[in-house]
Design a protein around this ligand. Structure first.
Ligand code: MN
Length: 368
């Protein structure tokens, strides 16, 4: 607790937290015709347990004996609000944006109707689960974007329910985000004023590699790196030009790649001008600086690149309670990674940028 005290002058928003959904959430609430198709655990004849998800390679479930803080993280993230708020407080966090755990697989099935049914269950549950703390606990509404008309109706519904952001999968196989078929959806989302979040590990199986190095290959290449794609698609295809108020960004992908991506997009746009369409009125990087954002947890190298990216586009998050996050040692990580930042820069990345984007009220005296 004492480690959080020196930070109290900052308003701290974790833009990337997670909750364990009730074990039987989808089983209980999904339309009956999809019930036999939801993600499930199966035990084979040899007693091995497997996670079986429609649209993904089945993966072995291993029992890992966690110890110490790894164990605390493995047990954290419940929907129980009393415990959850105590965990936030312990980490010096004032408000949070909340994503699911198992729900990250809501887009695994290639069947658009199945995806829609999965997302609806989460959307109906999450806003209700955090209703009593809605000023500081903001779940993200899940949208299945493949069937555009249905997606638009869900966007309008969740906006009325009080959601502060919509989250979409980082990839939609066979229907990429640079396609103009999405224009009506982007128009509808812009109309609500809600930012679009692309949380890593969605829309593409993040556990593609196995064997030697599998855990690292999966994290870097199959979970984090794919999140770059929707950002490049938005900045280069005219989405930002057509929808100048649409905000969009990556969640949990870190920020070390952003400066590189901005330079690479502009290089492609200018040097390959003879192949480029549509012609845009700004450079791709300028659209990102105007409308894009990216969240990070523990990324000192990424913070070093802030002069190229823009401090207003960077949002911190602790990824509570996940192992790649910083909970319960966020204050130590903040001190270790942000010592070069000015006071104003710290205030922005720790909370003010997120407060503006997601609409959290900043308490008097902590706005800088
Ligand atoms: Mn996360």
């Amino acid at each position: 607790m004492e480690s959080s005290q020196p930070q109290k002058k900052y308003f701290v928003v974790s833009s990337d937290c997670h909750v364990h959904e009730p074990l039987d959430l989808w089983e209980r609430r999904i339309e009956p015709k999809f019930r036999h198709r939801i993600p499930r655990l199966e035990t084979d004849a040899n007693g091995k347990r497997w996670l079986v998800v429609e649209g993904m390679r089945r993966t072995r479930v291993r029992d890992v004996a966690f110890e110490g803080e790894d164990r605390e993280r493995a047990q954290g993230g419940r929907a129980d609000l009393e415990i959850r708020l105590r965990d936030l407080e312990r980490d010096g966090v004032d408000a949070e944006v909340i994503y699911p755990n198992r729900g990250l697989m809501m887009w695994a099935s290639p069947d658009a109707a199945h995806q829609t049914a999965m997302c609806k269950v989460w959307n109906d549950w999450a806003i209700e689960a955090f209703a009593s703390q809605k000023h500081r606990c903001a779940p993200a509404a899940a949208i299945a974007p493949k069937d555009i008309e249905t997606a638009i109706k869900e966007v309008e519904r969740v906006a009325k329910m009080g959601y502060r952001t919509v989250f979409l999968p980082v990839q939609v196989p066979e229907q990429p985000y640079n396609s103009p078929v999405y224009n009506p959806l982007w128009a509808a989302i812009q109309e609500t004023g809600l930012p679009i979040s692309f949380h890593i590990g969605t829309g593409k199986d993040p556990r593609t590699a196995s064997g030697d190095g599998g855990a690292v290959i999966n994290y870097v290449w199959h979970a984090v790196a794919p999140a770059i794609e929707p950002i490049v698609q938005f900045c280069s295809s005219g989405v930002c030009e057509r929808f100048p108020k649409l905000r969009f960004g990556t969640v949990e992908a870190g920020i070390g790649w952003v400066a590189w991506m901005l330079a690479a997009m502009d290089e492609g746009y200018t040097k390959h001008h003879f192949w480029v369409s549509p012609k845009l009125s700004l450079l791709p990087s300028e659209y990102f600086r105007r409308q894009g954002f990216a969240t990070f947890q523990d990324d000192r190298i990424g913070l070093e690149t802030r002069k190229w990216v823009g401090i207003d586009n960077l949002l911190w998050g602790d990824d509570y309670p996940h192992h790649e996050g910083t909970w319960p040692r966020s204050q130590e990580v903040i001190d270790r990674t942000m010592s070069d930042l000015t006071e104003e820069e710290r205030r922005k990345v720790l909370g003010l940028n997120a407060a503006k984007l997601y609409g959290f009220a900043v308490p008097a005296g902590r706005g800088g």
